[in-house]
Write a protein that binds this ligand. Structure first.
Ligand code: NAD
Length: 481
């Protein structure tokens, strides 16, 4: 009964986090927060406006005067405090991601854990990063760039905020975060957690609001030196264009249409479930999702049978159930986007091996889609070129290894890729020819010190480890005559 009452409570958020405290919003627009499993209103958030944003920027600027001069040791101490504070709320952060976003419990737990761990990973990277180098009469130092605007997407809220914050704090920057307005409840839990770290006032400021209001002010404001953005190509382009007026430094983490290359020595019984796991990562709402599966033509029939079998084990439903593989899409808009792409795939002549249009049976009230596998896909079809951001996999046949590499690289994107095969030397040789920021061999894996970011339209710059910290630094040389 208690749990039920809790579920039906509408949470209200009217504050932003500015200068070390929760302050009432100057903005007045109120937005409903909708639960994606059933379309019910579960919260109401007051959206920030330009004035809230300017107050947050001013607080970050004041804090930068002192924080920008801190030592590695002082920053390390703060990173450890942030880690401790976030660690204390892992269960609540995961529950909020499951409820507000519809993230499946297994994956939400991993995402939250990697966000929380980002603070320790940044501390480790900072220790290994020389901030001063000298020779002869020259001294080169790496200086924090200044106030940073961190603008994030809705599909892994805790991870994006923690990762960007950790890198900025390690570099000596102060920040204003603009999370996705679709992640307001998750952001509130995270803020309550991080408040306990007792940071210097103004180091962390967070204003929830619309992209074209709060985000645009961060991009345009001359007091903001750097924008670190995770989101769509369209908004990334706009940020680059509009940030140029104030010479913003930018890191852009954008979309993907990542290939998984099955080499002809891969064991299909293991390779196909791995390929599906990468394709349907985070219910398909993942920038790294391997949504193009490249299969040797000689094995196409066997691969189709294996895919058909493996798809029967892919469960869709309540994201809170730890056995569920795929939850709902985040919103009605995202549901419709995925439906439109499935329709387009059928119109363009691809064959539906599993899934298709509409809701899965019995899940009509939420934003659930049918996980879908298309075969007979040509790489120039819309479903093979555009990012769908849902659980839709396109299977493309190839004849020779060089053709697989050519198809893999025949994309405007270059974020992530996977190569699966038994002969490791050969898999490495193929991986080294893929134009993507990260290539994993024989299944999804991660390394918090390895760079993350894209070639081509997948973005500009890198995050994680020392690469992420360097993105918040300027280089200064002092030369004595
Ligand atoms: P989006 O671009 O619509 O929004 C991202 C953020 O930008 C939000 O906070 C939004 O409010 C803000 N924004 C919107 N308009 C703005 C403007 N004019 N100025 C400043 N900020 C603005 O993206 P989304 O729908 O939230 O996320 C999905 C996209 O994110 C997908 O394309 C996905 O591939 C990408 N993504 C990339 C990565 C990566 O690491 N490369 C990770 C996750 C998601």
């Amino acid at each position: 009964m208690n749990a039920l009452r809790q579920r039906n409570t509408v949470k209200t958020i009217t504050t932003h986090y500015i200068d070390g405290t929760f302050v009432e919003s100057h903005g007045t627009q109120v937005m409903d927060i909708i639960r994606p499993t059933d379309g019910q209103v579960i919260g109401r958030v007051t959206l920030g406006d330009e004035e809230d944003t300017r107050r947050a920027i001013a607080a970050a600027k004041r804090a930068f005067a002192a924080y920008g001069r801190t030592t590695k040791e002082e920053r390390s101490k703060i990173l450890r405090r942030l880690h401790e504070a976030a660690s204390a709320r892992i269960a609540d952060l995961t529950a909020a991601m499951v409820e507000e976003y519809g993230g499946v419990a297994q994956f939400a737990g991993l995402i939250v854990a990697s966000g929380v761990n980002a603070f320790l990973a940044a501390e480790k990277a900072l220790q290994g990063l020389p901030l001063t180098r000298s020779w002869d009469r020259t001294t080169v130092t790496l200086e924090p760039v200044g106030v940073a605007g961190l603008i994030t997407a809705w599909n892994a809220n805790t991870l994006f905020i923690c990762l960007k914050l950790a890198s900025a704090v390690a570099a000596g920057c102060t920040v204003v975060v603009k999370p996705s307005e679709l992640s307001s409840l998750q952001t509130q839990v995270l803020l309550e957690a991080l408040h306990e770290a007792q940071l210097p006032k103004g180091l962390l400021n967070v204003v929830t609001g619309l992209g074209n209001v709060v985000g645009a002010e961060l991009v345009r404001n001359p007091e903001v030196a750097k924008i670190s953005f995770t989101g769509s190509v369209a908004v990334g382009e706009q940020i680059m264009r509009e940030g140029a007026a104030t010479m913003k430094r930018v890191t852009l983490e954008l979309g993907g249409k990542s290939p998984t290359i099955l080499l002809d020595d891969a064991a299909l019984d293991q390779a196909i479930p791995k390929a599906l796991a990468i394709a349907f990562l985070n219910s398909g709402q993942a920038c790294a999702a391997g949504t193009r599966l490249l299969v040797p033509r000689s094995q196409l029939d066997a691969a189709k049978r294996a895919l058909g079998d493996a798809m029967r084990a892919v469960t869709v439903g309540d994201p809170a159930n730890p056995k569920t593989a795929i939850g709902p899409m985040v919103s009605q808009k995202q549901f419709e986007r995925v439906q439109a792409y499935i329709r387009k795939g059928i119109e363009e002549g691809a064959e539906v091996l599993a899934g298709g249009e509409g809701h899965p049976e019995g899940l009509e009230s939420g934003y659930y889609v049918k996980p879908t596998v298309f075969v007979n896909v040509k790489n120039d079809m819309t479903i093979a070129q555009e990012e769908i951001f849902g659980p839709v996999l396109s299977v493309i046949a190839y004849d020779r290894e060089e053709e697989a590499i050519r198809i893999a690289n025949d994309s405007k994107y270059g974020l992530h890729a996977c190569v699966i095969g038994r002969d490791l030397q050969r898999a490495r040789r193929v991986a080294s020819q893929i134009r993507a920021g990260r290539v994993v061999i024989n299944g999804m894996t991660d390394d918090a010190q390895a760079p993350w970011g894209g070639f081509k339209y997948s973005g500009v710059g890198r995050e994680y480890g020392r690469y992420g910290i360097e993105a918040f630094l300027e280089t200064r040389a002092i030369l004595e005559s």
